[in-house]
Design a binder for this molecule. Structure first.
Ligand SMILES: Cc1cc2nc3c(=O)[nH]c(=O)nc-3n(C[C@H](O)[C@H](O)[C@H](O)COP(=O)(O)OP(=O)(O)OC[C@H]3O[C@@H](n4cnc5c(N)ncnc54)[C@H](O)[C@@H]3O)c2cc1C
Ligand code: FES
Length: 314
């Protein structure tokens, strides 16, 4: 069981959770993720570690509601628990001194890109952060974005906050102004990452994209997260999630991500009809599990004491 020590709303349908996970907190590096399962028989979903506090033994994740599992997760509050959290998984971002690095992030991708932006700053890069969101209420972590960059630009699709337009507009403006970019990381919806790749490829700018392929085990065994790079198959969970954008076959990624759309819509619909019961069942299951764990612990402690007593007699 992994206890939620703080839950808060970060934006429209976007929640941030700080979870007690000391071993993951000690090991995690920028760009890595966890795979969690909220409850028994639940789906496993990958979520990027936004930050970790090894001293407090916590990690922080940010979740955008898109389907059944993220809907259930985003109903949880401080004090609730998550059944399994496995990680850190995936290869960390490659952090080195590139020169000028641009982070282009869309939607919840902003939270996912923040640790890499901070690490690139620490590695003495000049960091430009371009954050895009559909509208004002989806602009997240603006203060953290500003703190993790030397220049920050916020854009909304509808112009309700920051500059009006898409992140690629700002990226093109920067390049058209004659600025030299040595490295670009794009994190967000697949069409956005593809659009960024189309801007940077003709200029030969090293560009990485963080691929959100469907994952199950996160260990390279199930094949669920297979992506096509040139004509080579890779597994996003162990070979990625960041890949050279110029090699990624985005069409295949989109096709594979849409494979279960019918079932996903059905299960979200069913969840929406039984939201309150599902949440109550989850909390009851957590309470039962905790009671069983406490009983087991007490039994083991007692056995330990008895064993110590026996040793003493001998
Ligand atoms: C390495 C990685 C890191 C991620 N980090 C974050 C993050 O920090 N915050 C965040 O909000 N989202 C993140 N995602 C996406 C997140 O995992 C999906 O939104 C989530 O799995 C959807 O589950 P669902 O049941 O709510 O939706 P579903 O209804 O199951 O699916 C909705 C859509 O989400 C995608 N999806 C479904 N199942 C999975 C799965 N097991 N793995 C990946 N994508 C899936 C599909 O494209 C699908 O069409 C990340 C994905 C990857 C691969
Ligand atoms: S999630 Fe199973 S191989 Fe990557």
């Amino acid at each position: 069981m992994f206890r939620i020590v703080e839950a808060r709303t970060a934006g429209l349908n976007i929640r941030q959770y700080t979870i007690a996970a000391p071993r993951i907190a000690r090991k995690q590096r920028p760009g890595q993720f966890v795979i969690l399962r909220v409850k028994e028989n639940g789906e496993r979903i990958p979520l990027t570690i936004k930050s970790a506090d090894p001293a407090a033994g916590t990690i922080t994740i940010v979740v955008q509601t898109v389907g059944k599992t993220t809907s259930l997760l985003n109903c949880l509050e401080t004090g609730d628990a998550i059944l399994d959290v496995v990680g850190p998984l995936g290869r960390p971002s490659e952090i080195k001194k590139y020169g000028t690095a641009a982070i282009v992030a869309g939607s919840v991708g902003t939270a996912m890109a923040l640790p890499t932006a901070r690490a690139l700053m620490d590695a003495d890069n000049h960091v430009i952060f371009i954050e895009g969101a559909r509208s004002r209420e989806m602009v997240i972590f603006e203060d953290e974005v500003r703190a993790a960059s030397h220049e920050a630009y916020i854009l909304t699709d509808d112009g309700s906050y920051g500059e009006h337009g898409l992140v690629t507009k700002k990226l093109e403006e920067i390049l058209t102004a004659g600025r030299k970019l040595d490295f670009v990381l794009a994190v967000g919806p697949v069409p956005m990452m593809r659009a960024v790749a189309r801007v940077t490829a003709p200029l030969g700018i090293k560009t990485m994209v963080s691929l959100n392929s469907i994952m199950v085990d996160g260990t390279g065994m199930c094949g669920g997260c297979r992506v096509l790079l040139g004509n080579q198959s890779k597994f996003a969970c162990v070979d990625g999630p960041e890949f050279d954008a110029s090699l990624v076959n985005f069409d295949v990624l989109m096709q594979r991500n849409a494979m279960y759309r019918g079932q996903e819509c059905q299960s979200l619909k069913a969840f929406d009809q039984h939201r309150a019961e599902e949440l109550a069942q989850h909390r009851a299951a957590v309470a039962t599990k905790e009671k069983e764990t406490a009983q087991l612990r007490a039994k083991l402690e007692k056995q330990g004491l008895e064993a110590q007593g026996e040793t003493h007699h001998v």
